[in-house]
Design a protein around this ligand. Structure first.
Ligand SMILES: [Cu+2]
Length: 183
């Protein structure tokens, strides 16, 4: 039955064509992928790498916390000893201490240790950089420059994006409202 076989082959071929057509119409569209996360600040010099630098949009317009991560791949201990930014005249190194039964309290420190071979995170609830007396309020989408100085003499410059606090929900800005209220 030649006719029957031919008909079946035609049907099969039609099926393949239909599949191919279906595939070509489901090609992902590029639109909508333009809203990228801002790239967080990073820099590398000598054996120090800083990455993930960002600031949550400050709740108090004069005070913002700068978070970042530092990797020390050298065989010697180092320490972050100073920070200056384009956002204000003053930036402090802070640590967060548990106070007796109260909310965490922030204290200024001379340096943030970056021991040999260690990965150090400056983040909410721990060490962080406090940018105080911000001249022009920083809002989501803004950027500023931060210069970091280390005990070893290494200096790193990075660009820090300001991101929405709501995305991260750590409430750190509220803590700082109280802490730095009388500046
Ligand atoms: Cu602080």
């Amino acid at each position: 039955m030649t006719d029957h076989t031919t008909a079946r082959n035609l049907l099969a071929a039609a099926g393949v064509l239909a599949l191919a057509a279906a595939c070509s119409t489901t090609t992902p569209q590029e639109e909508g992928s333009g809203a990228q996360e801002p790239e967080r600040g990073h820099a590398h010099a000598d054996d120090l790498t800083v990455s993930g630098a960002w600031m949550p949009e400050p709740a108090n317009p004069e005070v913002g916390a700068l978070y970042l991560e530092i990797d020390n791949t050298e065989g010697e201990d180092d320490a972050l000893t100073g920070v200056s930014t384009s956002a204000s005249e003053t930036a402090e190194l802070h640590t967060t201490e548990d106070s007796d039964g109260g909310s965490p309290r922030m204290e200024e420190v001379e340096e943030v240790p970056v021991p040999a071979g260690e990965h150090v995170e400056l983040t909410s609830g721990g060490y962080h950089v406090m940018v105080v007396d911000i001249t022009d309020p920083l809002t989501e989408g803004d950027e500023f420059t931060a210069d970091l100085t280390f005990d070893s003499g290494t200096e790193l410059e990075l660009t820090v994006p300001v991101e929405a606090m709501a995305d991260h929900g750590d409430g750190h800005g509220a803590e700082h409202d109280g802490e730095h209220g009388d500046h």
